[in-house]
Design a binder for this molecule. Sequence first.
Ligand code: SAH
Length: 218
Amino acid sequence: MEYERERKRLVNSLREYNISEKTLNAIKKVSRHLFVPSVQIANAYIDHPLPIGYAQTISAPHMVAMMCDFLDLREGLNVLEIGAGSGYNAAVMTEIMGKKGNIYSIERLEKLAVFAQENLKKAGYSNVEILCKDGSHGLPEHAPYDRICVTASAPCTPLPLVEQLKPEGILVIPEGKRYQRLYRIRKDMEGNITKEDCGGVIFVPLVGDHGFNMLCGN
Ligand code: SAH
């Protein structure tokens, strides 16, 4: 397989983050070079975020891997991602989850929604559905979700996402403007919410009704 040696080297470099074997296996399988613009192919297996156009980025592999581990992904789950971007994070999630289960991934920029859809098709992933809209409202038509993964930073936790989470569900979301933290939010069987700080991160902003409003610059 193309770039197999590069992928193995990348996976070895991720071991220092204590990533689970099931996530490392998924990273080993997904062809990241199919998810970056052609000028970035030479950098595809470096553990670094890369520009994908329209002022957006594909996250660094260690960040994708850490978020997948925080989500505790398993076969058969109903998963929502906000911020499809290149489609790479969705591809890694679907590799971990196997053929059973659903992933819906929302992207607000139409050109990137098409980019993500095409990349996933090239890479052979047919079980991710990309939708173009403001994902800060979640996706009520397929709710509730076992897992919600937000790959853009919100000013605070969007309420619709908490409402669309199943009991025993997990939401992973970066929050903050310049100073951002990654949170793991869990809902228990009684509907009680706990919020755990998983550390400092850097993401592009979540832009939308329950995100940042680019017009008033909040
Ligand atoms: N998960 C992506 C990384 C995407 S970067 C990957 O693996 O490549 C974050 C993405 O979130 C950007 O593409 C941005 O356009 C998108 N985004 C920002 N606000 C959004 C919103 N309200 N709804 C959906 N997508 C949004």
